[in-house]
Design a protein around this ligand. Structure first.
Ligand code: FAD
Ligand code: SF4
Length: 543
């Protein structure tokens, strides 16, 4: 081959201009690598999903007439790392030119750029052609250390890409519909929550391979993988979302619930779009009981982050569904969804690249504690934590508010070292790739970047969880109490955290009221709460 083109596991973009021409002088390489399974301890479903999707992509390229080398862990075991593999292949195939797409992860980008510096043949890096903003454009929008704000960036992109706009104005006259969204699920709402669409991809060979190569993983291993691994499946999931979930996406975006067996729509049934009003929804097929764990979320993050689907395609499809729904989907719902992908996803990536590699070491609040051992098992009496962690171990998934306000909030107010928090999030979630995991975790959730991503620390007491979920009614702790023996641990930890960081937060207008409430408490009451917090921290492994 004249040319070797490397395709990384998260670069499965079939629409890339590379593939427009078929050419026998180009050898495409996809390789399962130990360096990728072992840089952090991953959820087993995450490794399976990437490996299965790579295999499927290799097959699809081959069927389209390209020359493809797909290497499994068996084939690559003898190479120490990616550069060693590439060096071996270059001599084996007498390669005269090396091409790769810019990795989205700092670690890999460094590794490949160092490798190319030493190469004696020409090397070229290409854009991935995936994001709204190209790699080279990021520097026009993001600056190192700057406290960027999502809203400003998001509006610029809405204008630039002409999404949900009427001329120069936002459709409906408003940029943001948060006030209409964010409702709690009521018991009567459960009847119409659609069951998650799950696939049954056979990954038994991959599981055997992981065992053979002694890859250490976490989470529930299943030979049938529920995540989409092909463009066809990813599109089915997108269609399912548009049809059954989008109409309620924003409204219940922040709601949380027990992973109960509940009444849900059958996966293959024809369910009418839930009406925008609170009017009763007619169930048009025989209802059945199904586990429900993702509510109205899309679960498209894996397909997006592996670049199986492009953000443009997802956003355009959702907007088209909204336009054809004749009012059955409100503007608030579609705006909420577009904001996540056009706004947050692109924003987070910009922050990452403007601030790496320093970002990975930021620890603004000086948090130093170890992650409690029950993060790896879910064995805790705190019901909210147990639900969020067990669900994550079972499905490699938790939705945004579970990540931010349950597990993330606990780590923040208990002062857990952001390195440990990052490693947990980077390992456990199906969609976790450092560029998107780290600014969300270290930045938005742990405030370790001192406010580069968000203007405040998302610290909360049990009250918030009680407001947004049904977790507290099934908990052995008492959410209304703060210092008794069975008081909700989050209450004392919250006040302890706020007290400890009073200098960091007291000037922030968003926390002024909180401090006013704290200072109103009699000193003895404050003392009891702080003592309870110290006790909880000493016994953190047994909560
Ligand atoms: P939906 O709720 O259906 O949202 C649609 C899409 O919007 C998502 O698929 C995602 O692509 C995008 N999106 C939404 N919120 C964000 C966000 N804050 N940042 C970037 N994209 C967003 N997302 C990841 O993709 N990978 C991660 O490793 C990751 N780690 C996170 C860690 C923490 C502590 C927090 C608070 C959030 C994290 N997120 C991460 C963001 C978000 O929680 C997930 O994108 C989302 O839960 C994925 O589920 P979904 O596809 O059902 O999302
Ligand atoms: Fe979580 Fe506290 Fe509610 Fe228990 S009482 S579920 S620990 S918020």
């Amino acid at each position: 081959a004249k040319r070797l083109r490397l395709i990384l596991g998260d670069q499965l973009n079939a629409a890339h201009s590379w593939y427009q021409q078929q050419d026998d002088d180009t050898l495409y390489v996809l390789a399962e690598l130990k360096q990728e399974t072992d840089y952090v301890k991953h959820h087993v479903q995450k490794v399976c999903a990437f490996f299965a999707a790579m295999q499927a992509f290799a097959n699809a390229l081959r069927n389209a007439g390209h020359r493809v080398l797909h290497l499994t862990l068996d084939d690559t075991a003898k190479y120490q790392d990616l550069p060693a593999l590439l060096t071996g292949l270059m001599s084996q195939y007498q390669v005269r030119e090396f091409h790769y797409q810019l990795p989205d992860e700092y670690r890999l980008r460094q590794q490949l750029s160092l490798f190319c510096r030493e190469l004696s043949i020409p090397a070229m890096a290409f854009e991935t052609e995936h994001f709204y903003l190209s790699d080279s454009e990021l520097k026009d929008y993001f600056f190192e250390g700057k406290k960027h704000r999502l809203e400003h960036f998001y509006r610029k992109l809405r204008c630039r890409f002409k999404l949900l706009m009427q001329g120069d104005e936002p459709a409906g006259g408003q940029w943001n519909y948060d006030a209409e969204n964010r409702q709690k699920l009521k018991a009567t709402d459960f009847a119409v929550v659609p069951a998650p669409l799950m696939f049954t991809n056979d990954v038994s060979d991959i599981l055997t391979r992981l065992k053979r190569h002694n890859v250490k993983t976490i989470g529930l291993a299943h030979s049938s993988l529920l995540w989409p691994i092909t463009r066809h499946q990813a599109n089915e999931l997108l269609q399912y979302f548009c049809r059954h979930c989008l109409a309620n996406f924003g409204r219940f975006q922040d709601a949380m619930t027990h992973e109960l067996d509940m009444l849900a729509a059958p996966v293959n049934g024809e369910l009418a779009l839930a009406p925008a009003s609170d009017a009763k929804v007619e169930q048009v097929t025989t209802p059945e009981y199904k586990k429900q764990w993702s509510l109205y979320h899309s679960r498209l993050s894996f397909a997006l982050n592996a670049k199986i689907l492009s953000p443009q395609h997802v956003v355009d499809t959702a907007i088209a569904t909204y336009q054809q729904a004749d009012g059955a989907i409100t503007l608030a719902q579609i705006e909420g969804f577009v904001r996540q992908i056009l706004g947050w996803r692109e924003f987070i990536r910009g922050v990452y690249w403007a601030n790496m590699p320093e970002y990975a070491c930021l620890n603004h609040l000086g948090a130093k504690r170890e992650l409690p051992s029950w993060f790896w098992s879910g064995n805790t009496n705190m019901n909210c934590m147990q639900q969020a962690i067990k669900q994550s171990l079972d499905y490699a998934y938790a939705h945004h508010i579970q990540r931010l306000m349950v597990t993330g909030n606990f780590c923040l107010i208990a002062g857990i070292d952001p390195d440990e928090v990052d490693a947990w999030y980077l390992g456990i979630y199906i969609d976790a790739i450092e560029w998107v995991e780290m600014p969300n975790t270290r930045g938005m959730s742990q405030f370790a970047d001192g406010g580069i991503v968000g203007s405040k620390a998302y610290a909360a007491s049990g009250n918030y969880i009680n407001k947004m979920s049904d977790y507290c009614s099934g908990c052995q702790y008492e959410v209304k109490q703060s210092h008794s023996d069975n008081a909700c641990p989050l209450n004392a930890l919250y006040w302890h955290f706020m007290q400890q960081h009073i200098d960091d937060f007291k000037a922030n207008p968003r926390t002024r009221m909180v401090y006013a409430n704290w200072l109103k408490k009699p000193p003895e009451a404050q003392q009891l709460i702080l003592q309870r917090a110290e006790f909880l921290i000493r016994n953190i492994d047994n909560l």
